[in-house]
Each structure stands twice: as structure tokens, then as C-alpha cells.
Design a protein around this ligand. Structure first.
Ligand SMILES: [Cu+2]
Length: 332
């Protein structure tokens, strides 16, 4: 039903009012090779081994790959990807671990992985420090710190082009509860796979946009790449369990993106580097490019239903950044 002939922004042949500014049709996730719904909970934890000093070494393997992706029904974009997906894999580690990232450039341009975190200059992912040409390999190594909700992205020039092509991803460092005795319970709840963490519904979200006609402005806006995907496929929420979103803004060309939740308020941990909220009881936050944070909220006392969330810039919502939580009783 999508087809290349249909203008996805204006046309509507589904019987709804013409011109209500919604996209028509569905993106073929299998052709893309990634599914935005699966991406919400798809954390890449790599391979671990114990070093002689007792510390954990966590190893990730990441390849840069050129790939055409469908970002809205019938709208294709020539992306540069990490591991064949946009955003790249959501890397997750624990505070204090040693991290090793084996990066191979299988693409057609020079690329790198520049991590937002604490590391040495020679591991920075810039020219002379891990920026590699096609066919080359580089191994980044550093400690997982500070804990928080971070990101990595390609730092090849022009940066505007390399980031916008899709070369970014979440880099989450879970706090080590032993290092934070004053907030050990909160820290434990953030450690992926812990009993305290199992109660939470954690979601990985990257706000992004795509300039599909290369005029320096975005034609499609989304969370996790595919415009309006969570309108078509609302995110199922068990209302008895709290929700935690790891949110990052990778949008190029627009100075600010934002997140607004309907019918509810949330606590916000700016950059995720604290264990107490930086903002309490808010319903909108904004992020410039590379800003990120953790949102926590609950629908426990709400009626079941579809609760919207979206950027609070009307242009972004109309071009794809609009979504639903489908809140239901557990087991419903
Ligand atoms: Cu690049």
C-alpha cells in the first residue's frame, strides 16, 4: 500500500480525513534488518571475561557498514551504520569494567567511534586516535566511567554529515551499587539483569531525523529511525511496573529536540550521572544534539489506554516524531 508513488506526508487513502498529516503505509522492518520495537529492549552487552586482577573485561565488536534504509513508508535513505542498524547498537556495561571495542570499517568512507565518557586522548576516535579508513580496524580500550546514559558517534569530518548518516548509538554505563552505598538500592535497580532491575520496563530511545533530499533540513523525524513507527505499533506497557527510558538526541540540523509525555509526569536524570533526579515531576524535557538523560515514570494509577508522547515541536510531530504507549493491566 505504501509504494514510491504516494507522498507519505500528504496523501491519505485510508478513509481518514485528507491532509491530516499522517504517514500512510508501513515500513518493511525485515528489509531494513532492524525493528524499532525490538530495538527498545535490545541491549548489546558484548562478551565478558575476568582479568587477572579480578576485573571484568567486556568486549564489543562493531562494524561500519553502508546500507540503504527505509525511514518512512517508501522513503529510503543511504545510511552509514554501526552493525547494520540506525541507531547503532545500544552498548551497555557496568561502572568500573574494562571495555574493549573492536571496530572494523567495512564502509566506503573513513569512520571512527568517539565515545562520550572518560578516556585517554589516543582513544578519542578523532583523526590520529582511532579514525580509520575503509578496510581498517582499530581497538578502543578504556574504563567504563562515569556511570550514566551516554552515547558514541562517528567523529569523521564533516561531522554534520557523518552523524546525520546514522553513525550514533547509546552507550549506557550502569552504576556499581558497591560504589554508591548512599543510594545502593537505586543503583541496583539500574544494573541490567539484577533482581531490582527486573521490575523495571527499560526502553532505549534515540531521537533522530533524516534529510532525505540533502537540502540541509530533515524531512523525517523519529524515535529509533522509522517515522511514526510507534503510532502504528504502540509500545506495550504493563501498568503495574515502572518505566525507565534511556533517551538521547542525535538529531542534526535542528538545534533542539524534545520529549513530551501525555497524561503523566516523570522524573528526569540529566546525563544519567546522578542517582537522584535533576528534575522532578515534569512533562517536557529538551535536549540539544548529544544531550541525553533518563526518564522515570509510572502508569500504576492510570486507566488503561493509549498515552501519546512526542516532540513538542509541531513540525517534528507531523513529520514522524509522534508515538503511543499502550498501557494495560499485566497479563491483559
Ligand atoms: Cu563516519
Amino acid at each position: 500500500m505504501s509504494g514510491g508513488a504516494v507522498d507519505p506526508y500528504l496523501a491519505d487513502d485510508s478513509g481518514m480525513a485528507h491532509g491530516n498529516m499522517t504517514m500512510v503505509g508501513r515500513v518493511d522492518h525485515s528489509r531494513n534488518g532492524f525493528d524499532p520495537t525490538a530495538m527498545l529492549t535490545d541491549w548489546e552487552t558484548g562478551q565478558t571475561e575476568v582479568l587477572t586482577d579480578g576485573r571484568t573485561l567486556r568486549t564489543f565488536e562493531v562494524d561500519a557498514i553502508d546500507m540503504e534504509i527505509e525511514v518512512a513508508p517508501g522513503v529510503f535513505f543511504p545510511a552509514w551504520t554501526f552493525n547494520g542498524r540506525v541507531p547503532g547498537p545500544a552498548l551497555r556495561a557496568k561502572e568500573g569494567e574494562r571495555l574493549r571495542i573492536i571496530f572494523r570499517n567495512l564502509g566506503s568512507h573513513p569512520h571512527s567511534m568517539h565515545f562520550h565518557g572518560i578516556h585517554s586522548a589516543r582513544m578519542d576516535g578523532i583523526t590520529g586516535a582511532g579514525l580509520i579508513g575503509p578496510g581498517e580496524e582499530f581497538v578502543y580500550e578504556f574504563d567504563a566511567r562515569p556511570f550514566g546514559c551516554h552515547l558514541y558517534h562517528c567523529h569523521a569530518l564533516p561531522l554534520k554529515r557523518h552523524m546525520h548518516k546514522g553513525m550514533y548509538g547509546l552507550f549506557v554505563v550502569d552504576p556499581d551499587p558497591a560504589r554508591h552505598p548512599e543510594h545502593a538500592a537505586v543503583a541496583a535497580s539500574r544494573v541490567l539483569g539484577s533482581p531490582e532491575n527486573a521490575e523495571w520496563q527499560e526502553l532505549a530511545m534515540v531521537m533522530n531525523g533524516f534529510d532525505t533530499n540533502f537540502d540541509g533540513e530533515n524531512e523525517v523525524y523519529a524515535v529509533n529511525t522509522v517515522g511514526q513507527v510507534y503510532m502504528n505499533e504502540p509500545i506495550r506497557i504493563d501498568k503495574s511496573r515502572p518505566v525507565r527510558i534511556y533517551l538521547m538526541n542525535a538529531t542534526e540540523f535542528d538545534p533542539i529536540n524534545s520529549f513530551h509525555l501525555h497524561g503523566n509526569f516523570f522524573d528526569y536524570y540529566d546525563t544519567g550521572t546522578q542517582l537522584t533526579p535533576t528534575l522532578r515531576t515534569v512533562d517536557v524535557i529538551m535536549q540539544c544534539q548529544a544531550q541525553r538523560g533518563i526518564l522515570e515514570f509510572s502508569f500504576a494509577d492510570h486507566e488503561d489506554g493509549l498515552y501519546m508522547f512526542h516532540a513538542h515541536q509541531a513540525e517534528f510531530t507531523e513529520l514522524g516524531w509522534m508515538a503511543f504507549f499502550d498501557v494495560q493491566e499485566s497479563g491483559a
